[in-house]
Write a protein that binds this ligand. Structure first.
Ligand SMILES: [Zn+2]
Length: 128
């Protein structure tokens, strides 16, 4: 239950090229080291939601598979949602509640923050 939903906004058209470039340079990164083309802060994230085929497991994924893709900035709440091919090498430890997924990355940001709070993702610097 979230009483106050975040106010997500689509990536402005004039920033779209830089946005796509930032994500394209790090195709497997869940958390990007590149600054956000919209607000300039380093807080870009991506997530693929792509079901495994029956003979695949998290440990053994053979090929790219179609699914949903979210790209978002936790600071300025710019986001993009599309369908895409999840790379075979894509992995995520994010504890996502799949029933809560919508076009907006609200559920993903919630999962990211709770994982961060639980100390599951200790890499990188925390705080500001
Ligand atoms: Zn931003």
């Amino acid at each position: 239950m979230s009483l106050s939903q975040r106010r997500w906004l689509g990536v402005p058209l004039e920033r779209m090229e830089a946005w796509q470039l930032a994500f394209a340079t790090m195709p497997l990164a869940e958390d990007l080291m590149a600054p956000c083309p919209v607000c300039g802060l380093t807080s870009l994230h991506r997530y693929y939601d792509a079901p495994l085929s029956p003979h695949e497991s998290q440990q053994h994924i053979e090929a790219a598979r179609p699914g949903g893709l979210w790209e978002w900035c936790s600071r300025c709440l710019a986001y993009e949602h599309s369908t895409a091919l999840a790379p075979a090498a894509w992995r995520s430890r994010l504890p996502v509640d799949h029933s809560q997924l919508t076009a907006e990355p609200e559920a993903l940001e919630n999962a990211r923050r709770s994982a961060e709070a639980a100390g599951m993702r200790s890499r990188g610097r925390s705080g500001s």
